[in-house]
Design a protein around this ligand. Sequence first.
Ligand code: ZN
Ligand code: ZN
Length: 258
Amino acid sequence: MRLRAFSSGSCGNCMAVSDGTTSLLVDLGLSCRAICSAAKACAFDPGRASGVLFTHDHSDHCKGAATFRKKFPHVPFYANGATADAISACTGAEDGWKVFETATRFAIGGFTVEPFPVPHDAADATGYLLSSGGRSLFVATDLGCATAQVRDALSRADCAVLESNHDRALLLASQRAWPLKQRILGRSGHLSNDDAAELLRECASTRLKTVLLAHLSEECNSPHLALEAARSALGDAGCAETAIEILPRGEPSRLYLI
Ligand SMILES: [Zn+2]
Ligand SMILES: [Zn+2]
């Protein structure tokens, strides 16, 4: 399996996953033009994707949906019912939806897709475990806390794209309004570096070869702090060999082989 993120963070989220036969996109949170330009630079053809999986209806995950729908009308959009309705309403992308039930697995080409619920202040946010050829990719980029379903999916992953949004002290010291701080820190907000580290400490197995820290706040985090927290947790979990990297904001990541 191959993975490349085109961007990760509040500036926009979109990534491409392929098993060599089937290609999928996860989220369209950049303009369609930016997605196409990043895809071109990475030799990925969005028009040949077998589907787009949406995690939730916040604009940093779906703002390119309407234009993408017009440009690539044959590529189906996958989401649960509440997310499909919310994205249709906020972007105008009304056609081409394939609606799934969260927590019910299904297939797209060679991939098995397992959507699991995540606590986040959107219509009905999901994470995904995407499996093909005996390898599994965990994706959870916007969640306020970890649930049993999140832990179960992470424990079965070879590679994890996991939110490490903020450093709690930097967030509290920031100029952000108190209601926004409360929202981010809440159980339906975003995972801090310490939250992500605790989850890795608890659930990382020796199977987990790569951790890609995602959705880092530009203002309230630093790559150094996020990496240190995750590295220490993986060491505690007996997974010191697991590679840890950060998915960049606003530009494509390198290509990861899973
Ligand atoms: Zn987001
Ligand atoms: Zn969100």
